[in-house]
Each structure stands twice: as structure tokens, then as C-alpha cells.
Design a protein around this ligand. Sequence first.
Ligand code: NAI
Length: 250
Amino acid sequence: MNIHFNSKTAIVTGGASGIGEACAITLAAAGATVIIADLKKADAHKTVDTITKAGGKAHSVAADVADDRAVKAMVDFAVKETGGLHLLVNNAGIGGPQTPTGEYPVEDWQKVIAINLSGVFLGLRHGLPAIDKSGGGAVVNIASILGSVGIAQSCAYVAAKHGVVGLTKTAALEYSAKGIRVNSVGPGFIETPLLDDISDEMRDGLVALHPIGRLGQSQEVADLVCYLLSDRASFITGSYHLVDGAYTAQ
Ligand code: NAI
């Protein structure tokens, strides 16, 4: 299946690592000019280097997705640098502590919600009007399998990801008529730096939860994201797409 994003500008938040990095590289390989927005500017620049060495076009911008002004500046940068905005991947996210709800620290709750849920809202708040002004396009919000099922010890993460699925449906209803599609993606557990800190025992436990018998790869998520952003997915909006090795099929 041929997918092209020639003459399109894409923003990928959290594009310095893991799933976001794979999305940025895949979008650029298909012709998009990619703005890699991340807290870690130096790491974002490494993704830019990878893309430009492969013949693609990319820029990095430092942005905290939890900061309204920073997200506005990120979108303004994309429009000023490339002349418009057509595609947006709201991907930046953190895990948060593993703690029962009754003991979950309020500061951690606020931080996880600020980045994983409000960050997506802010991306939509500033990104949708810019995409509209540029003639339409598509957005993918990275949720999780934990946008449809729970898991113990991660109340803020689970609440945020369920919120992302709802936010996606609302934005899709509002912007479909303007030619902007909005979808969410629910990955199972994926081999990225987000899982660096878990023990071997916990990793084995996670593998056992995926009937396919392994964890996922960032590229397997990026391929779905790029399909959803492309014109090949022209009738798909407002929906939640799992890429989870049958984790939630059980
Ligand atoms: P990662 O840790 O490899 O990459 C996350 C990136 O987001 C990093 O570059 C980090 O600097 C950036 N970031 C963090 N906070 C930020 C902020 N406030 N503003 C801007 N950038 C920020 O993580 P991974 O695994 O690639 O996760 C990406 C997304 O996928 C997250 O939303 C995560 O919740 C989601 N996800 C990950 C899964 C996994 O198993 N790895 C499974 C399901 C969903």
C-alpha cells in the first residue's frame, strides 16, 4: 500500500524516543516534513539527524506538552517554518508510579494527568485550528490498551488514557465536517525506554499477558499511526484502534 505525505507538515510530540521517534521517522520517509517536539531538545535533534541523513525533512522544537503557551509556540513554529500544519501525533506521555489508588501521591496524579491527558487536549486546542486553516488533515492521539481496560497500581495513567479515547471522539465529532479526522491508537506493551526500569520478572509477566507471545515494537505502532493519518483511512474517524497482540481480546 503506497502512502505519501508529500507537501504535508506533521508534528509528533514526544518524538525524541520510542513510539514517537518511530512515527516521526516513518512519516518523514513517506514525504512529510516533521516537527519533532519534545522536552528533550538534544534527543529530538538526534531524531532530526536520523531523518535528514536518510534524505527526509525535519525540525526539532523544545516543548512541554503540559504547558499551554509552549504548545501554542510549537504549533506556531510548525506553521512559520513550513507554511502550514496537516498532521499531528499527540504521543508524549509518561508512566507514573506503581502505587495503589489509596496511596497514590496527589503530585504524581497531577503530573500524569497534565502530560498524558491535558497534553493531548492542548495539542488539539492549538493544532486543530492550524490544521483547519491549512485545508484539513488528520490527528492521531496515542492512548493505550489502558484506554479501554484497567490495570492495578496505575490509576492516573489509566484515567488519563481513558480520557484520551473520549477526547478523541469529541474532537472527531466537531471537526469531521471540516475535513479533519481524529483517531486514537491503543498499543499493548511496547519495547521502548518507557519500560527500561521494569524487572525481568515483570517483563516476563507482561509478555504472558500478550497472547501473541511477545511485547510490541515501536514500528508496529508507527505503521498503524501512519495509515490512520493517510488518505487511505479517509472514512476512519472518531475511533480507537488497538495494536496489542490480542492483550484485550481475552
Ligand atoms: P518514551 O519514554 O520512549 O518516549 C516518550 C517521549 O515523550 C520522550 O522522548 C520524552 O522526553 C517525551 N516527553 C515526556 N514528557 C513530555 C512532555 N511533558 N512534553 C514533551 N515531551 C515529553 O515512551 P513511549 O513508550 O514511546 O511512549 C509514547 C506514548 O505511547 C506515551 O503516550 C505512552 O503512554 C504510550 N504508550 C506506550 C506503551 C509502551 O508500552 N511503551 C504502551 C501504550 C501506550
